[in-house]
Structure formats: C-alpha cells, structure tokens
Design a binder for this molecule. Structure first.
Ligand code: PLP
Length: 383
C-alpha cells in the first residue's frame, strides 16, 4: 500500500499510542475531580499543554484544547466577532481569503448572517494573497484578519510574517489556520505576530478529534463552547485526556529533527514533481513552488477525470485525493482551484498526493510507475 494522503490525516505512531493508553485504562479519572486519583490525568494535560506550546514558541497557558481544528477555527472567528460587536456596537469587519478551509469560509458566511462584514481576499494563480490588497481592505471596523498558514489543497504557504506585521500596525487581531503547517514547518507566534492559531493533532501523527486554539494572553475573545470550568473556564467539556496526551507526544516527536524531516520530504516531493512533469505529458503543477509545504503535490492531468484516476490508483493500492478530502463527496470543482483560476479541463483532472517522512525514494519510484500506467490507460480509453 502507498498512502499518499497525509494532508487528510496521518498514521498514529506507536509512541503516541503508548502515551494515550494509560488514560483509557487505569488512569481514567476525571481531571476536574479534586481527589488525588485525578492528579495524574491533570498533570498529563499540563504536560501536553507545554509540549504543544513549544512547537510555536507560545506559553502553555495560551493553549486551549478543542475537539478539532474545525472547532478552533470557529472559535477564533465567532469569538472575535461577538466580543467586538458587544464592545463597539459597530459592524465588525473580518478579512479572510477565498482559499481557506470551509471551517473558516463557512464560519465567515454564518457571521455575515449575524451582521458581520466579511472580505474574502482573492489569490494569484499560485494561491498567494497580495499584501498590498490586504492593506487596502483594512478599515477602522476591521477586527480580525484570518489567513491560513498553508493551504490544504495546493500547499501554498502564505506570507504570514508580513500579515502579522500589518495586523500589528493597525491593532487588528491576526488569526492563522495552521492545521496543515503546525509541526511541519517552523512557526513562531512572537516573530510572526500571530494572535490566534488553530492546529489539529491528527495531521501530525496524533489522534483524531483533538485540536487546539492558541490565544495570545492579551487577545480577548468570547467563549464558544459554554459549559464547565475546563480550559481556564474558556472551553467547557470534560477533557479528552488520552487524545490530549497523544497530541502532546506527537508535538514532541514533530519537533525532533524537524529540519531533517523537512529536507527529506522536500527531496521526495521535488523528485516526484520532476518525474511527473518530465515523464507524463499534459500535466500541470498547482500551487507555488517556492512557498510550498514540504509534502504537497497537487497535479492536474489534462484529458483525465481525476475521480477515475483515483479509483484506478485505489485498485492498485495507492491512496490519494482529489483536491481535498473535505470535497470528496462533492463533484464540483473545489473553491481553491476556482480561486486560482485553473481552467476547468485541468481542474477536473486534479489529484493531490501528500507525502510523509516515512516514505522513501523507492516508494516514489513505485508510485510513478503505477501513476504512468493509470494515466496512459485512461487517456488511451478516452473517446
Ligand atoms: N483547516 C485546514 C487547513 C485543514 O486542512 C483541516 C482539515 O483537513 C481543518 C482546518 C479541519 O481540521 P479538523 O479535521 O481537525 O477538523
């Protein structure tokens, strides 16, 4: 099997599983209970908070665990909007982009029904926003800029540091959806001027259903999940201790040798891109080549239906995705490919391969052989 869909989710490594098991077995007590039996799960959460914080240079008390990256994104947008609306009694304005994950774009659309004004910045043909255009969109009512660190479909890394500097100049909160980038590339919330950041454990070999929102200590937003006093009273709900412990361990592993992993995966990615573009005619790489996630290869095959290619690859044990997994059930062209103005005949033939550090060159050689066979046979059978 060749699993090439690491942007959808990653395998959970044994070390992470080992870190989780005690809290599903004998250390099962509720971390909110005051008796000593709960000391161990309480400490596990504290340890994980600090492990997660280290990945982005944050302080442990600025990390709030959530049930997913989606929840973290919802919280950042809705929490900022409701706080601003209450405080200012004006129409809060949010700036985001046309290529965000639906957790952001659909939250933005929802907030428009609640009285927000939302600007969805266009991107260039590689998926990059323009800082000048962002600058021009800022108004006295702008309360939040939310731009993803890296795109899940085409892998483009946005100019986060410049966005952070601009937001700071105007005193506007800056949120970044770093679900695809957290633990994969270096991020420093201080250096990049980030006020809020979303991440998700399952994208870095941790468990599913566990995410976090970093909220800078002076960044005041409303709560989103109301309930008990967990997470400093800001996010109710009994903590998923096992998943949080696993997230913490996954963060520690991600930080170990991060630069060596980046080098290895980038080498595999460049090798694969080069071979596809040289050996398979009528192909186009999507996304920016210089500002690109190490493992992302989004390729459009002309004269091919992407779903037929994926089915054929699947039959041969290769697992990849069309655009992004979040769009798997919809046959329409993804909003990201539309935003980069990819012609329809290329968009329908787009496949995303996302590699992991566990792969080797020999895997890419096997993959290319299978891919070439599939593309040739689909094109041969095309009327
Ligand atoms: N944001 C981005 C950029 C993503 O790629 C994803 C998931 O693919 C999410 C948010 C949602 O994260 P989760 O799966 O934890 O809800």
């Amino acid at each position: 099997m060749l699993y090439c869909d690491n942007a959808a989710t990653t395998s959970m490594v044994p070390d992470v599983l080992r870190a989780m098991i005690p809290y599903m077995k004998d250390k099962y007590s509720n971390p909110s209970s005051v008796y000593s039996f709960s000391d161990v799960p309480r400490e596990a959460i504290m340890k994980a908070r600090s492990q997660v914080a280290k990945v982005i240079g944050a302080r442990p008390e600025e990390i709030y665990f959530t049930a997913s990256g989606t929840e973290a994104d919802n919280w950042a947008l809705k929490g900022t909007f409701y706080r601003a609306k209450r405080d200012n009694n004006r129409t809060p304005h949010i700036i985001t982009t046309q290529i965000e994950h639906h957790a952001i774009t659909h939250s933005g659309e929802f907030l428009e029904t609640q009285g927000a004004r939302v600007t969805y910045l266009p991107v260039d043909e590689n998926g990059l926003i323009s800082i000048d255009q962002l600058h021009r969109e800022i108004t006295p009512d702008t309360v939040l800029i939310s731009v993803m660190t890296a795109n899940n479909e085409i892998g483009t890394i946005e100019p986060i540091e410049e966005i952070g500097a601009l937001a700071k100049e105007y005193g506007i909160f800056f949120h970044t959806d770093a679900v695809q980038a957290f633990g994969q590339i270096p991020i420093d919330v201080e250096k990049f001027g980030i006020d809020m950041l979303s991440a998700s454990a399952h994208k870095l070999h941790g468990p599913k259903g566990c995410g976090m929102l970093y909220i800078r200590d002076n960044c005041e937003i409303d709560n989103f999940i109301h309930g008990g006093g967990q997470e400093g009273g800001h996010r109710g709900g009994t903590e998923n201790v096992a998943a949080i412990a696993g997230f913490g361990r996954a963060c520690e592993l991600a930080r170990d040798n991060m630069s060596a992993k980046i080098r290895h995966v980038t080498m595999l990615r460049n090798y694969m891109i080069k071979r596809i573009l040289y050996e398979i005619p009528y192909t186009k790489l999507n996304g920016d080549m210089r500002h690109r996630l190490p493992g992302n290869i989004s390729i459009s095959f002309q004269y091919i239906d992407g779903n037929s290619l994926l089915t054929m690859l699947d039959e041969r044990g290769v697992f990849a995705s069309a655009g992004s997994a979040c769009n798997a059930s919809s046959n329409s062209i993804s909003h990201v490919l539309r935003a980069i103005r990819l012609p329809e005949e290329l968009a329908v033939g787009t496949v995303r391969f996302t590699l992991s550090e566990n792969m080797q060159r020999i895997d890419i050689d096997r993959l290319i052989k299978i891919l070439k066979d599939c593309v040739y046979s689909l094109r041969k059978n095309k009327p």
